[in-house]
Every structure is written in structure tokens, then in C-alpha cells.
Design a protein around this ligand. Structure first.
Ligand code: UDP
Length: 395
């Protein structure tokens, strides 16, 4: 299996566009691999649902935004399925149904190392791979409250963002050697020095004379984004409001119409590719408690107001941000406005929160992961000292 058609070591990433976080983390790791190792390694991303899952599971990325629109039901399902035994039951139940797809995936993508960046990839793929397989690494992209489905005992190495995620992995039966805390991988541009805010704003066409608030609801424009945008606009604070609706096209159209009547300058975007520039040009982020967005904001030194969360998987993210002073939990409009007003009227408090973000940031996470993966497959590559303890074990 590890003898691939590729001359250079080939790393296969298993992810899916359920939300935006799995893709962002995967792209960040691939970017870091090429920064660190140039073209000594080749990489490939496979969307496990869109490209391989049988009907109707291949529709999961399409359904996901609708499923999470009823967070209480999502949270109920999350809690019901969470737990080591339950995770095993789920994967065993689905195995007859996904077995052929898993085998097809493996045959179609020979590689020297597999990296799972999605909680539903490891179990079927490891089962289909059997004993004679390449090393298998899991990169967990939930930050604190991590579902048991992420943790498969046969994974050679499991890389997580926080100590709490590591403790949880061990409660799910992984050994201490298997699990390492590296932080959440984010694109390199989030981790560069801040640059010139006013130049960025000029390029983006945003006003210079007032603080900029970015409002975002993950890759799918989730949470009560529309109501929150209207509440912020109605508060008529001395700000510019930038709303990013992600892949929620209908919401973008509605907000474009509504924003014509808002009393403050407003800019409505769909899915943006320049999130690092947006975050570095802004002063405050108002966001759903998505792990990807939070980690990016921490690295960008951008204080955040968390206005919603997916019950279960995003619960722990709130305490992670709030306890360190990097952000505020404000699930109701009046709390959001209060938090924004406080920071706008007291810039010294905002500056303290920005410092707290940078203290929490893990700008080396993606490169650390790249070194661990690279050391596993590139001949004569010495893992750097940060990664030395965390090389993947050969299967
Ligand atoms: N994102 C983006 N462009 C957008 C909206 C979101 O690149 O227009 C990215 C965002 O920067 C982050 C990811 O999508 O990397 C969202 O991940 P998160 O874990 O916050 O939420 P999810 O969408 O997975 O629930």
C-alpha cells in the first residue's frame, strides 16, 4: 500500500465541507507542508462525503447547513451519539453500507501517509485498510469538547488543539503516546505580523475613521446572523459593519437589501477567501463559536463576541475564549450591543482583549503538524525539536 505511483512521498487528506473548518485546517496544513518542505512531498484532499459516500450520505455536506439550523436538535443528536461505545456502535452499524465506498477510496488514492481531518473518516477507512497499511494520523479540528467519533484506537497519532481534548482522547481509550497537543492549524497569513491596518482597509474599500466589526457565522452563515446584523445596525454605534454570510446565498441577498436602510456603513459579502486580510483590517469579530474562526481570530489578535454555538461540539470553545479574556459570550442581541459599546468606548479594554488573543494563539500549530507528517514520510528528514516527540508510528 505504501508503494505508490508517486515518486515523492504522497500524503492524502480526508476531509469534508461540512462547515468550513475541516477544509480550512486541511489547507493550512498543506500550506505549511509546502512552506517547510517545498515540492519534496505531494498532497491531495479527498472530500469523503461528496466524492465517495453512497447515496444519500453523499448529500451530507448539502444537508449540514440545514441540520445545524436547529441547534437544539443537533445538540440532542450529538449528546446521544457521544461516547466510546456509542461511537463504535454507530460505525459498526454503518460499515456494511459504506464498506464498498471505503475500499474504492483506498484503491483510488494510494499514498504514503493518510491524515484524517474529519470525525467520520477514521473508522471506515482504517477498517478497509486492514493491517498492511500506511501510517494514519488524525488531526482533530474541534477544540475542546470533542466527540468520541474523532478518537479511533487504531490511529497511529492523534493531534489535538488543547489539553482538554487530549484528556478526552484518553478517556476514549487512546494512549498518552498516541495523543499530542499541537494547537489548531490556521493559514500562515493569520500568523504573520499584523501589517498596516489602514492600507488593508483602503484596499478593501472600508472607512478609516471608525472601528470595523466583522460578523460571521462559520462557512455556512450559521446562527441568528440576520437578526444579529440588524440589531448591531440598529444600535447605530460609531462603527462599520462587515457581514460575511459564507455559503448562505439567500441570506446575502436579504442582507444586501436590508442594509440599504441601515444608519451605519455596511459591507455584505458571501464566502470570502481573504479572511486573514479581513480579520487583520478589523477591530472586533462577532462570531458563532466555531473552532476554526476562533483560532484564526486568536492568531490575528482580534477580540471576539461569541453570539451562538452548536450545542455539544462548540460548548467548550466559549469557556476557552472567555476565561482568558479574549472574548465575551453574548447570546442575546442586547448583550452583543452592550459588549460592542463597552469595547468601542473603552479602547484600552479592547487592547487588553487583543493581547489575550495573542497569548492564547498557537501560530506554530500548522508548521508543527507539517513537521510531524514530513518526518514520517520524507527520507532523511529530521523532525524539528518541537515535533520530535510526535512522529507517526509506522503501522
Ligand atoms: N470561512 C471562510 N470564508 C467565509 C466564511 C468562513 O474562509 O466566507 C472560513 C473561516 O475562516 C474558518 C472556517 O471557514 O476557517 C469556518 O470554520 P469554523 O470552525 O469556525 O466553523 P464551521 O463552518 O466549521 O462550523
Amino acid at each position: 500500500m505504501s508503494e505508490t505511483l508517486h515518486k515523492r512521498p504522497h500524503i492524502l487528506f480526508l476531509f469534508s465541507d461540512t462547515g468550513g473548518g475541516h477544509r480550512s485546517a486541511t489547507e493550512a496544513i498543506i500550506e505549511a507542508l509546502h512552506i517547510e518542505f517545498g515540492d519534496r512531498v505531494t498532497t491531495e484532499m479527498v472530500d469523503i462525503f461528496k466524492q465517495y459516500a453512497p447515496l444519500p450520505l453523499n448529500r451530507f455536506p448539502k444537508w449540514y447547513p440545514y441540520m445545524v439550523r436547529v441547534p437544539e436538535i443537533w445538540g440532542f443528536g450529538y449528546r446521544l451519539s457521544d461516547g466510546h461505545g456509542r461511537a463504535r456502535l454507530i460505525t459498526n452499524t454503518f460499515w456494511p453500507y459504506v464498506r464498498r465506498a471505503a475500499h474504492r477510496l483506498i484503491r483510488g488514492h494510494p499514498c504514503d501517509l493518510m491524515v484524517s481531518v474529519h470525525p467520520l473518516a477514521a473508522a471506515p477507512v482504517l477498517k478497509a485498510l486492514g493491517k498492511n497499511r500506511p501510517p494514519f494520523v488524525t488531526v482533530v479540528t474541534d477544540m475542546v469538547t470533542v466527540h468520541a467519533l474523532w478518537y479511533h484506537r487504531l490511529t497511529d497519532l492523534c493531534l489535538v488543539a488543547t489539553d482538554e481534548a487530549r484528556r478526552r482522547a484518553m478517556r476514549c481509550g487512546l494512549s498518552s503516546e498516541q495523543v499530542h497537543v499541537v494547537g489548531m492549524p490556521v493559514a500562515d497569513r493569520f500568523c504573520q505580523p499584523p501589517g498596516n491596518k489602514s492600507e488593508l482597509r483602503q484596499r478593501l474599500g472600508w472607512p478609516q475613521d471608525r472601528p470595523v466589526i466583522i460578523l460571521v457565522g462559520g462557512g455556512e452563515g450559521m446562527g441568528p446572523l440576520e437578526a444579529t446584523a440588524n440589531a448591531i445596525a440598529a444600535a447605530n454605534l460609531h462603527t462599520t459593519l462587515v457581514v460575511i454570510t459564507g455559503r448562505n446565498h439567500h441570506l446575502k441577498t436579504r442582507l444586501e437589501k436590508q442594509s440599504r436602510d441601515w444608519p451605519i456603513p455596511a459591507y455584505i459579502y458571501g464566502f470570502v477567501r481573504e479572511m486573514p486580510d479581513f480579520m487583520r483590517a478589523a477591530d472586533i469579530l462577532v462570531t458563532k463559536a466555531g473552532p476554526g474562526t476562533i483560532s484564526e481570530a486568536l492568531n490575528a489578535g482580534l477580540p471576539m463576541v461569541l453570539y451562538s454555538r452548536l450545542p455539544g461540539q462548540e460548548d467548550g470553545n466559549i469557556t476557552y475564549v472567555v476565561d482568558e479574556g479574549a472574548g465575551i459570550w453574548a447570546p442575546h442581541s442586547d448583550q452583543i450591543i452592550h459588549a460592542l459599546r463597552q469595547w468601542i468606548e473603552h479602547p484600552e479594554q479592547l487592547a487588553r482583549a487583543a493581547q489575550a488573543c495573542l497569548r492564547q494563539a498557537r501560530p506554530d500549530a500548522a508548521r508543527k503538524i507539517a513537521h510531524i507528517l514530513g518526518a514520517g514520510v520524507i527520507p532523511n528528514t529530521k523532525p524539528d525539536s518541537r515535533a520530535a516527540a510526535t512522529q507517526p508510528r509506522k503501522a
